[in-house]
Write a protein that binds this ligand. Sequence first.
Ligand SMILES: Nc1ncnc2c1ncn2[C@@H]1O[C@H](COP(=O)(O)OP(=O)(O)OP(=O)(O)O)[C@@H](O)[C@H]1O
Length: 341
Amino acid sequence: MTTTSVDTDLLLQVDNLTVAFGDGPGSVKAVQDVTLDVKAGEIYALVGESGCGKSTLAYSLLGIVPAPGRVTRGEVRFRGRSTTTMDKTELNKLRGAEISMVFQGAMNAFNPVLTIGKQVEHILQAHPEVFDDPKDGRAYFEHLLGLVQLPPERIWSSYESQLSGGMKQRVAIAVALLLKPSLVILDEPTTALDVLNQRLVIEILNDLHASLGVTIIFVTHDLAVVAELATRVAVMYAGRLVESGTVDEIFSGGRRHPYVEALINAIPSVLDAGLKVKPIGGSVPNLARLPEGCRFAPRCPLAEDGCRKAEPPLLGDDHDHLVACFVTNRSLNGAREGSEA
Ligand SMILES: Nc1ncnc2c1ncn2[C@@H]1O[C@H](COP(=O)(O)OP(=O)(O)OP(=O)(O)O)[C@@H](O)[C@H]1O
């Protein structure tokens, strides 16, 4: 199961991916049966409340699920090649040069006893294939620092302790772009920042996307950031993907999953002023003790008896808008299984 269909427009394909932590009765599926695809050049958001499996899914895209986690079903393909079955050497080649990641809490990712410049030199030495001359690598990094609105000379000779949180996040983004990857994955890029720095990072990511054409996948719990940055969005709930579609469709009333509806209604910044915020009652279930049937049913205003008996399949319409809900999918004509989408 390595190279099936290769659509040049599709950069990343995730098929029925399940990632479990632990074995036996105590094991949890942090990601279950997730299917999605990311097209070259788009900005794709993975959204959900804390503990929904977003970071685990992001790690599995890079083949770096932390132990005791492991992929138990499905696969991830990058440009048609399975990263799930790829050997370590090939995966290492792919990481950095083709796909890079800015981890959650990237501000703590730097070595405190080396200048940023020294750390960049080490990366360039480890990847001599990207630039003919290391000087070109340094020049490119300084160009990237300009794009993330930081002073190149000063940053090159700084230690991380001399930079603010917002600056470190922007340096981490520049480092992630250093080897000219075609895909960058960012885990919660705005979460630890104050409002002004959040705005700046959103603006910078939009600019980088426009000027470098890089494909971006980012993980967030903040739908307001999704509305401003992403072109497509996948919403996760308790390890499962419940709805995915274009940001325009989801935010302009085309959404169909009651959880997505509730999430949007619970966020003041994406509502018109004057509309009342409605918090979602209840909480995300413990993955080790999931309810029978649809895992959102205990909190769902539309739940019917059937929803408590079986898990709804992810069904798609002609525009690749996928939804896993028995009730709202009932009206869908010509629906097809998400796993075949
Ligand atoms: N290292 C681990 N060991 C055991 N279980 C884990 C581990 N990492 C994640 N999990 C399980 O996977 C679930 C999903 O975690 P994950 O970090 O992917 O969620 P998330 O949506 O990214 O949440 P957050 O926004 O809080 O990071 C957790 O609730 C936990 O049950």
